[in-house]
Design a protein around this ligand. Structure first.
Ligand code: NAD
Length: 483
């Protein structure tokens, strides 16, 4: 591990041990070896960070003009780009993903997000609204957008730097302060980001980064009365718990949860592109992606060809050392998570689906699972209903576009969907019918910081990114002058 990587809390502008001195061991999932010991924040540490964040809401940060906040965010984007190779290394070591994929997605997306929101920081406006007067007097009414306050940002382990950027950049652009709880399974890249925030000139206390466990540091953040909002990305189970706890102190929440996203392949699709793109939606980041397109809905005329094509794509994946340039798929995050994924594969077999490719864990060190394709599956099987969060796809046939939409929507989730077709008119009309926060046509995973991101149903509530990300990080106040 690079020796410069911080392992302490970044609390109110200082690098410190956790109060009480607790630490936890960070493991490299690709070889099961310990990477380092990381400070584990306590409730007392969270309290100090929240106090420092609150103080900045009437301090140097609150007085800073939007253009200057934007300058700092742009500097953060530059620094992420300067340290791109180090950050990709940390992501690969900590998450087990191929370093090439971290360099292709996680790091550039994080930089692009800070750069996008740097541009918003001095353009957050309200509006002037015509009003009918008050008790016979004319009125002049307008709105202003003000920061929500202290935001608690809770981040998962699959793309930690990128998701931390999705929470920090819009929150800071809008003038909030943030206490970040990185994932206990992969805290390194966010700790390095804290160094970059410091170097970029962010005043002390505006952001604290407190690695630690969900049940201690996370819980302390969710229940702290000095926190105004929780921005959470993670599992629906924890998301539900957080929404309930946050409601007790009337905190608002943004919840970005899981998915079971459909990829619909229509009979007129460019088949080669559809198979390649669908395979990417299944296997990128070991399938540990909330938007993974794990329900592959295929027109019956193409069904066998798609099963064969996806099986070939699965067989062509190279599992191994995340730092070998030939590697295309890394390890899952932990032994426990590998057991969960293998349990789903077993359930698929027991329910009568056919394993067309993969279906096991390779021998040797590292929490690897073979990329797996299920055929002869139905939408009501467990493997089609529940999020697996591993490299496992389920291919389901349909006869008509209406049936495809009905299958696509027959899920508790609603995060993303992909449609493969050459018919532009059909693409637009079907995109409107899919219940999902994002729909991609002829390309899986076209995420962009300018576009809103978030889900429906069990995929969560609220939006991040784009102007929606500014709205989610501001309160709109109306002001009326009785003239
Ligand atoms: P998780 O819910 O187990 O943990 C997420 C974070 O919540 C971690 O930092 C954890 O420490 C914290 N946490 C756990 N218990 C807590 C508690 N009681 N109070 C406060 N914080 C607590 O999820 P995970 O396993 O890290 O991530 C995988 C999940 O995240 C999947 O379901 C995936 O789909 C989802 N995800 C969603 C998106 C999205 O944008 N919608 C993106 C990435 C991941």
């Amino acid at each position: 591990m690079p020796s410069s990587t911080p392992t302490h809390l970044f609390l109110a502008g200082q690098w410190r041990e956790a109060s009480g001195g607790k630490t936890f061991t960070d493991i490299n999932p690709a070889n099961e070896q310990p990477l380092t010991e990381i400070a584990a924040a306590s409730a007392a540490d969270v309290d100090q960070a929240v106090r420092a964040a609150r103080a900045q809401l009437s301090g140097e940060w609150a007085a800073m003009p939007g253009a200057e906040r934007g300058r700092i965010l742009a500097r953060v984007a530059d620094l992420i780009e300067r340290d791109a190779s180090l950050l990709a290394t940390l992501e690969a070591l900590d998450v087990g993903k191929p370093v090439t994929q971290a360099a292709q997605l996680d790091i550039p997306n994080a930089a692009a997000t800070f750069r996008h929101f740097a541009g918003w920081a001095d353009k957050i406006t309200g509006s002037v609204i015509p009003t009918a007067g008050h008790m016979g007097q004319p009125t002049h009414s307008y709105t202003v957008r003000e920061p929500v306050g202290v935001i608690g940002a809770i981040v998962p382990w699959n793309t930690p730097l990128m998701i931390a950027g999705w929470k920090l950049a819009p929150a800071l652009a809008a003038g909030n302060t943030v206490v970040v709880k990185p994932p206990e399974d992969a805290p390194l890249s966010i700790l390095h980001l804290a160094k970059l925030l410091e170097e970029a000139g962010l005043p002390p206390g505006v952001v604290s980064v407190l690695p630690g466990f969900g049940a201690t540091a996370g819980e302390a953040l969710v229940t702290h009365t000095g926190v105004d909002k929780i921005s959470f990305t993670g599992s629906p189970r924890v998301g539900r718990m957080i929404a309930t706890r946050a409601a007790e102190s009337f905190k608002s929440t943004t919840l970005e949860l899981g998915g079971k996203s459909p990829q619909i392949i229509l009979p007129d699709a460019d088949l080669e592109a559809a198979i390649n793109g669908t395979a990417m939606g299944l296997f990128f980041n070991q399938g540990e992606i909330c938007a993974a397109g794990t329900r592959v809905l295929v027109h019956t005329s193409l069904y066998e060809q798609v099963v064969e094509g996806l099986s070939d794509a699965a067989a062509a994946q190279v599992l191994g050392d995340p730092f070998d340039p030939a590697t295309t798929m890394g390890a899952l995050i932990s032994a426990k998570h590998r057991e969960t994924v293998l349990g789903y594969i077993e359930a698929g077999r027991n329910d009568g689906a056919r394993v067309a490719c993969g279906g096991a864990a390779p021998e040797g060190a590292g929490y690897f699972v073979q990329p797996t394709v299920f055929a002869n599956a139905t939408n009501d099987m467990k493997i089609a209903r529940e999020e697996i969060f591993g490299p496992v796809g389920t291919v389901i046939p349909f006869d008509t576009a209406e049936e495809a939409i009905a299958l696509a929507n027959a899920t508790q989730y609603g995060l993303a969907a992909t449609i493969w077709t050459r018919d532009v008119s059909r693409a637009h009309s079907l995109a409107r019918k899919v219940q999902a926060g994002a729909v991609w046509v002829n390309g899986w995973g076209a995420i962009n910081p300018a576009l809103p991101w978030g889900g429906l149903k069990a995929s969560g509530t609220g939006r991040e990114l784009g102007w929606a990300g500014i709205e989610a990080n501001t309160e709109e106040k109306s002001i009326t002058i009785v003239l």
